[in-house]
Ligand binder design. Structure first.
Ligand SMILES: [Zn+2]
Length: 287
């Protein structure tokens, strides 16, 4: 169970913007092999920021207590989870102050307009920068807010040139993001964690064990990061998505400006194929 922690003060060092690009890269962005089979679920206690009395489905920890990894749901049901990484690295505050937008309110508005349930993997730094948006997303029953680290630095290397969080600090970085969600008033948080860049190894899975999160990877890379046109992004998703898929996209206009338009194409076409769009919790719970 995640325990509240004291606020952190030390600024973290720079991270390259190309981190977002890593999810564009070939499948296998993560350092370790994803646990791709649908493991049985159990219900963990709700994370502290959630007011919901409904248990949130999670994967059980491995026998040695290390963090379980979820990559996709059961292949039998026509359910697909669109996930959006709200990336902002610990050193990008200056760029935000100069007007660069790491949020994407148009995307959130479109998801609401199209009534698309979605899981937002938010960095703590993003929540600190956009607390009102974070709170609004977390208050909307369409969405669930998951943890994408505080710093968006690498949890295992190599990871696309990202500076590495030391193994001794990974737990703090994850908990620091939960702290940021709490400060912003984010209500609907879920105990899921996505590694920056999808990069992980056995050591970091073990280090995160006490935090009791389910690590969430993906099986469809949308290619929205740094994409200038929505068409190829939409076509990639439509070509690769299958029952149980977890699709990774981004909720940061700076690095993924075509995502909102791509979603407008993808959603009706998936629905026309008989798919129901769900949150990651629905996939893990087998609903
Ligand atoms: Zn990311």
């Amino acid at each position: 169970m995640y325990q509240p922690r004291a606020p952190y003060g030390a600024p973290l060092k720079r991270a390259a913007a190309l981190v977002v690009g890593c999810v564009l890269a070939a499948t296998g962005c993560g350092g370790g092999g994803a646990a791709s089979k649908s493991a049985p679920t159990h219900s963990a206690a709700a994370p502290p920021a959630s007011p919901s009395a409904t248990p949130i489905p999670t994967l059980p920890p491995k026998a040695d207590g290390t963090t379980p990894v979820f990559a996709h749901g059961k292949r039998g049901a026509k359910l697909i989870a669109l996930t959006f990484d709200a990336d902002m690295t610990a050193d990008e505050g200056g760029r935000a102050a100069r007007g660069e937008r790491f949020d994407n309110p148009e995307l959130i508005a479109t998801l609401r307009q199209l009534k698309v349930p979605a899981t937002i993997f938010m960095t703590g730094r993003w929540a600190d920068q956009y607390p009102d948006e974070a709170k609004s997303i977390g208050a909307d029953p369409l969405f669930e807010v998951a943890n994408h680290s505080y710093s968006h630095h690498a949890f295992a290397t190599p990871c696309y040139g990202l500076p590495k969080v030391s193994t001794g600090a990974v737990r703090d970085d994850v908990e620091r993001a939960f702290d940021a969600f709490r400060r912003a008033g984010v209500r609907h948080t879920v105990p899921y964690f996505r590694f920056p860049g999808g990069c992980y190894d056995d050591a970091v899975l073990k280090a995160l064990g006490p935090v009791q999160v389910t690590a969430v990877q993906w099986d469809v890379i949308s290619g929205d990061a740094f994409a200038g046109r929505p068409g190829p992004v939409a076509e990639e998703v439509l070509a690769k998505a299958r029952p149980g898929s977890v699709v990774v996209m981004h909720c940061t206009h700076s690095a993924a400006p075509a995502t909102e338009a791509a979603v407008r194409t993808v959603v009706p076409r998936l629905r026309a194929r008989g798919y129901r769009l769900v949150r990651v919790s629905d996939l893990i719970g087998g609903r």
